[in-house]
Design a protein. Structure first.
Lengths: 312, 446
């Protein structure tokens, strides 16, 4: 797989803090990439540099094989900011047409694409409505269409599901998968870890302007696993004591055990078998991204860092 | 560039297509006409009229005392200070026996207090009557005196100004220059506020709507700002164009109501340059004379130059201030009170310029007027006030050139300055911005 975006030692400092402090990573074409981090981690500043809104203080951005040139490459990028925005008084059709033309599409091209997407997402009847007449979820859908209309190579979505009902959320999710299959790369910025686990191939976790984690979801979970296993027994004996593991938790007849260093899961199973206990299930417990996230970020002053909203 | 054009187009069309635009464009001139007519009507209607009973112990006032517009003198029998109100008089004047050698006092009694203007009119009329009586005593008979009085009404001051090339002089009219200067200065003042505020509101709306962030991921902030400013400026020009068409159309309609023969006479007067030979002067009626006079006065102004320069100064002044309004619009958020305090440094020079303009239009060659017409903060209004008095007579070419150049330079500077503030401000939320903060943004590179 080829690399669509590569960041090298990207820095953006403000007077009061380092919003983005020496970040490097790369994203493969066609992947769904998750950019995670607490509020004020520097995600938006980073995204604004990738979209050409801000220039980095130092570092290098490689886009589609060449050095990133905002004035030309901007049309190959679609950006949906966390704070949605549309002209309230403008008719929806005209608005989509206007914004698509600003992305470099010709009028007729833009028209054809709008018709395609409006049909696909069942929005055809909206054409002459104004944005102020739309519900929050509806305008969210419109914003999504406007972001992906010009078939950008790189699509950046900041919290794309907030405000959507489950039905529309899964509709948009399917579209995201579809776009990735057709070769678009998606950067997905969110706080919602369960969505990241479900959707993303590759994640980077940022905190205090720095990269804390970088890898696939599976790799990261392996990296942070604590050798925990869940065992369900038909009957739990009163006192269990084993040199192989500690009991971390017990709920009814389900035990959570942490295997001590130097032992394997087979040792645990063997122990229970020797005790002649009936094992109903045995599974590895991997940490959720949420737990990893909280572990890494907790106690790092992340919440106390005084952030100006612009640097967010 | 293409994108800027798209933005201009949207900003322009979204406003011009609006019904409100058409309505204000049509109603504004009507409103102004109604306002002027109303003021004129009230000032005519509102004058208090005086019907004054004169008790004269000399006997010569009856022939010599002339009525003025609102002052009517009568010499009734059997009216005195006790009953003049009942008899329908507003005032009564008692003039004692007067021998012409010593000053004397006369007395006026009234129920309502007499205004200072009426008082001076009455004094002037009575003194004129005494003067006439004295002239008659000196041997000039009444007929001679009347004809002298009548002839003296015909003298009129005609001002001409020197032409640079020498030779020909040009007729000039101070009242017209005043009217044009004040009118165009006023127009620039009003439109600067209207369109400046429109730019500011548009920018603030884009920011609070959060469309700004979507936009700047497609276009440069500077394109967004300049597209908005140019688009709204074009709306302003369209409005002026419609007003000019409206004025020409309305005056054409008004001319259609003037009887045909009167128009013929006006045409004759025009051909004869105002003076019909010999007896035919009698043929031109009062109405034709009036129309000719108005047309002639209007034609003494150099309209193509004035309109050309008006458009230049309107656009220059608008661009100069619109950029600043855009910068303020980009830093305010939801609190309109913020906008007020940030706007003050912009509105102050506009208001000061207006005050200087009202002085310059009366006296266009004071050092204050000259400097204010060159400095770009005030030049659009003040220079328009001076231009009406003539180029290169009142305004030498070098002053005009300096004024135009400094305005262009000034607007390039304010646009550059505002572009820097705008770029940061438009994406900045939730923080109250002060002037110090904005100063920091100016220093920041990219």
């Amino acid at each position: 797989m080829s690399t669509i975006l590569a960041l090298q030692n990207l820095k953006k400092y403000y007077a009061t803090q380092k919003a983005v402090d020496d970040i490097s990573f790369s994203i493969n074409q066609g992947s769904i990439f998750g950019l995670l981090g607490p509020n004020g981690a520097g995600k938006t500043t980073l995204l604004r540099m990738i979209t050409g809104i801000f220039y980095p203080d130092s570092g290098h951005i490689q886009f589609d094989g060449k050095t990133f040139d905002p004035s030309n490459d901007i049309v190959k990028i679609g950006y949906m900011p966390e704070e949605r925005g549309l002209y309230k008084k403008m008719k929806i059709g005209e608005q989509a047409l206007y914004l698509a033309q600003l992305k470099g599409l010709s009028r007729s091209d833009a028209m054809a694409k709008i018709k395609f997407w409006f049909h696909r997402l069942e929005m055809e009847s909206w054409w002459n409505k104004k944005v102020e007449d739309l519900s929050k979820g509806m305008s969210q859908k419109l914003q999504f269409v406007i972001t992906v209309l010009h078939e950008p190579k790189l699509i950046i979505l900041d919290e794309p599901f907030s405000g959507l009902d489950p039905l529309n959320a899964s509709l948009i999710k399917d579209e995201i998968y579809g776009l990735a299959q057709r070769g678009s790369t998606i950067i997905f910025s969110t706080h919602r870890m369960e969505q990241v686990e479900e959707i993303c191939d590759h994640i980077v976790l940022m905190n205090l302007g720095q990269k804390v984690l970088d890898g696939t979801v599976a790799d990261i979970k392996q990296q942070f696993k604590e050798n925990k296993f869940g065992i369900r027994l038909s009957e739990v004996p009163a006192n269990l004591n084993s040199p192989f593991f500690d009991i971390a938790d017990q709920k009814a007849n389900v035990l959570t055990v942490r295997i001590k260093d130097g032992y394997r899961s087979n040792d645990v199973l063997q122990y229970f078998l020797q005790q002649n206990l009936n094992i109903e299930s045995f599974n590895e417990i991997l940490p959720s991204l949420n737990e990893i996230f909280i572990n890494l970020v907790e106690g790092t002053k992340a919440t106390t860092r005084a952030f100006q909203p612009v640097n967010d | 560039m293409n994108k800027t054009l798209l933005i201009i187009q949207r900003e322009y069309l979204s406003r011009v297509k609006n019904k409100r635009f058409l309505l204000t464009t049509l109603l504004m001139p009507i409103l102004i006409v109604v306002l002027i007519a109303g003021i004129t009507f009230l000032s005519i209607k509102g004058k208090d009229e005086h019907k004054i009973a004169v008790i004269d112990n000399n006997g010569f006032f009856k022939e010599n005392l002339k009525n003025a517009n609102e002052v009517l003198f009568e010499f009734p029998e059997g009216v005195d200070t006790s009953n003049y109100l009942k008899k329908g008089y507003t005032d009564i004047i008692l003039i004692p026996k007067f021998d012409g050698t010593e000053k004397t006092n006369y007395l006026i009694r009234s129920k309502k207090r007499i205004s200072i203007i009426t008082e001076s009119i009455i004094a002037e009329k009575i003194n004129a009557a005494i003067e006439d009586k004295m002239l008659q005593n000196a041997g000039i008979d009444k007929l001679q005196l009347d004809s002298i009085h009548n002839q003296s009404q015909f003298a009129e001051l005609k001002a001409v100004e020197e032409n640079e090339s020498g030779g020909n002089t040009k007729e000039s009219n101070a009242a017209l220059s005043y009217g044009i200067g004040f009118g165009s200065g006023m127009l620039i003042y009003i439109t600067m506020f209207i369109y400046g505020a429109m730019v500011m509101r548009g920018v603030t709306e884009e920011k609070t709507n959060r469309i700004a962030e979507v936009m700047v991921s497609s276009v440069k902030p500077f394109q967004l700002m300049s597209g908005k400013i140019i688009g709204i400026g074009a709306v302003g020009l369209t409005q002026f164009l419609m007003w000019i068409i409206l004025i020409i159309g309305l005056s054409a309609v008004a001319q259609a109501f003037i009887p045909h023969d009167v128009m013929e006479q006006v045409k004759n007067l025009q051909q004869a340059n105002g003076q019909l030979p010999g007896g035919s002067a009698m043929k031109a009626g009062d109405a034709a004379q009036q129309i000719y006079k108005v047309q002639h006065t209007i034609s003494t102004a150099n309209w193509p130059l004035i309109i050309g320069l008006f458009i230049f100064y309107f656009l220059g002044g608008y661009l100069f201030y619109a950029a600043l309004f855009a910068a303020v619009g980009s830093v305010v958020s939801d609190d309109p009170q913020d906008a007020q305090s940030l706007m003050l440094p912009i509105t102050m020079p506009i208001v000061f310029s207006f005050i200087i303009m009202t002085n310059a239009v009366q006296d266009p060659s004071t050092p204050m007027a000259v400097w204010a017409s060159i400095i770009p903060f005030s030049s659009p209004m003040v220079m328009m006030a001076r231009i009406a008095y003539g180029i290169p007579g009142t305004v030498p070419y070098w002053q005009l050139a300096a004024s135009m150049l400094s305005l262009v330079g000034g607007l390039v500077f304010t646009t550059w300055l505002s572009g820097k503030i705008y770029r940061t401000g438009i994406l900045m939320y939730g923080k109250k911005v002060n002037w110090k903060e904005m100063g920091k943004w100016l220093m920041r590179k990219n």
